[in-house]
Design a protein around this ligand. Structure first.
Ligand code: NAD
Length: 513
């Protein structure tokens, strides 16, 4: 399988594609190895992952350049949106996991069961599958690989077919750090390899990618009731209120819509601006947009890199042309550069959008920013919620109370006041939205809990005693439990007292087999 530089079209390297037929064998070996891995202490597994972080840190320059060349993003973004958050995820989970998933003591509430001692332990699923996209080839997989390994799972990871070299680099660093090869497995290939992983006997699948593929995966997983975590597409709204700092909001919109060439699940895809500040916001945004430089992200000074491949380029182009055909106007940018093998789009601002066009409803995943005017907070909330996606949203205002009132009404997994996207880098936060944006969560305690399932353990200390609720179901037992029900749950003191007179004699008459 070839890896191409999307900025130049040059061949960067080759990796061997995994045969879908070999996946069952890989999983069987991972399953055996996982038994031993899960018996290691959390401390030992943390130590190995810290070693991985050390290796990543010491080779950060090579990693940053490789990400930039294989994915197209500017090298600065390789640091800010890939390497730094990954290093923090290792730091966060290795220091917090012990507390976050420690055994929970359980207290039996029914008096007859007080002889039991119980606790809940969070157990690893076993073998976890992780399928990732190309847009954040380091951060997205490692945001799941790290907590999965830490909690005692084995992992089978399939990177995107567009970023196989970054995928290989992750594997090399983890193995070098001492993670056994059968505990961290990498399979390379496209959708067929991903589908083979799904049809195998893994214990849970973590999929990050488009909503279209996510739906296909859901159908396949339903056949075996395989647990699924889905991190899918978005159509994030940015709401600029009339009291916002317009210069900062315009810079935020610019970065929120155009970083990684707009190929970010939580990028700004719809910008709603109060009509009182609309003209000023637009003029500021247009002026700032003109200063951005599109080109090869590996070159210093470039703000916006290439589009990853032709299909993505064509989708973005179709959406813009469709919107313009239906009445939208281009206020900045609008250049689509198909150089036969490389694809660039200048940062584009669109106005006067009809609500029924594809650009306003489907994920665009490109450097396109539609601006829509609104006149009241109610209207802004209605417009923002009018989407089948729900990843995140932002509200820009000087009034925190007004912003929070809007935030509470937005149907999204996150709302940020006066910033965009960066919340994804908060290891202690949580990412994952409702609607067609998915079903799972990454980061924070919620992301850790996705990797484990709660298992109940109980020890009966009165081991010789036959339980009252066991056979035989004779008249004495029935009367005893009728009285016991009243004694435990009746709010009437009279009934409680009366039940006591039935409890004792019937208790003495109960016979057990
Ligand atoms: P994609 O759905 O085309 O592919 C994602 C991964 O799934 C790839 O590794 C691909 O090989 C694999 N795949 C494809 N078909 C498959 C199948 N039938 N069975 C199993 N695996 C299969 O998505 P993409 O173009 O790589 O990524 C872009 C999408 O990812 C966007 O929609 C974006 O919003 C989404 N995304 C979401 C998040 C999030 O956290 N919610 C983060 C990043 C990207």
């Amino acid at each position: 399988m070839d890896s191409l530089d999307p900025a130049t079209g040059n061949l960067m390297g080759e990796v061997e594609t995994t045969s879908p037929d070999s996946i069952r064998g890989i999983i069987a070996e991972a399953r055996t190895a996982q038994l031993e891995w899960s018996q290691l202490s959390l401390r030992k597994r943390s130590h190995l992952l810290q070693q991985f972080a050390e290796i990543l840190l010491s080779r950060k320059k090579i990693v940053a350049e490789l990400i930039s060349r294989e994915n197209g993003k500017p090298v600065a973004e390789s640091y800010t949106s890939e390497i730094i958050p990954v290093l923090d995820i290792v730091k966060y989970y290795t220091s917090r996991s012990a507390k976050a998933i420690k055994d929970r003591r359980v207290h039996n509430r029914i008096p007859l069961m007080k002889t039991k001692k119980a606790f809940v332990r969070y157990e690893p699923y076993g073998v976890i599958g992780i399928i990732s996209p190309w847009n954040y080839p380091l951060l997205l997989p490692l945001g799941q690989i790290i907590p999965a390994l830490l909690t005692g799972n084995a992992v089978v990871f399939k990177p995107s077919e567009y970023t196989p070299l970054v995928g290989d680099l992750i594997a090399q660093f983890l193995w070098e750090a001492g993670i056994p090869r059968k505990i961290f497995n990498i399979v390379q290939g496209g959708g067929d390899v991903g589908a083979a992983l799904l049809s195998s006997k893994i214990n849970k699948m973590f999929f990050t990618g488009s909503t279209t593929t996510g739906k296909k995966i859901s159908e396949l997983a339903a056949k075996t009731l395989m647990p699924l975590s889905l991190e899918l597409g978005g159509k994030d709204a940015m709401i600029v209120l009339d009291d916002a700092d317009i210069d900062s909001a315009a810079s935020g919109a610019l970065w929120g819509a155009f970083m990684n060439a707009g190929q970010t699940c939580v990028s700004v895809e719809r910008c709603f601006v109060h009509d009182k500040v609309y003209d000023y916001f637009l003029a500021t945004l247009q002026a700032k947009t003109k200063t951005l430089r599109t080109g090869n992200g590996s070159e210093t000074g470039i703000d916006i890199g290439p589009i990853i491949h032709k299909a993505q380029f064509d989708t973005i182009k179709f959406q813009v042309e469709d919107a313009v055909r239906k009445g939208a106007r281009i206020a900045a940018g609008g250049d689509f550069m198909d150089r036969g093998g490389t694809y660039f789009i200048s940062p584009t601002v669109l106005l006067d959008l009809p609500m029924e066009c594809s650009l306003m409803n489907d994920e665009t995943f490109g450097p396109i920013l539609p601006i829509i005017k609104f006149t009241s907070d109610e209207e802004a909330v209605r417009l923002a919620n009018n989407s089948r996606f729900g990843l995140s949203a932002s509200v820009w205002t000087a009034d925190k109370r007004r912003g929070m009132a809007i935030a509470r009404r937005l149907q999204t997994g996150a709302v940020i006041l006066n910033d965009v996207i960066s919340y994804y880098g908060n290891s202690d936060g949580v990412v994952g939205g409702p609607k067609e944006s998915g079903t799972g969560h990454v980061h924070g305690r919620e992301g850790l809990l996705e990797m484990v399932y709660p298992k109940y353990y109980e020890v009966e200390r009165a081991r010789r005693t036959k339980k009252l609720w066991w056979y035989r179901y004779d008249a004495a037992l029935l009367s005893f439990f009728e009285a016991a029900t009243d004694f435990l749950f009746s709010k009437s003191l009279f009934k409680k007292t009366k039940s006591l007179f039935n409890l004792v004699p019937n208790f003495l008459r109960i016979k057990k087999i």
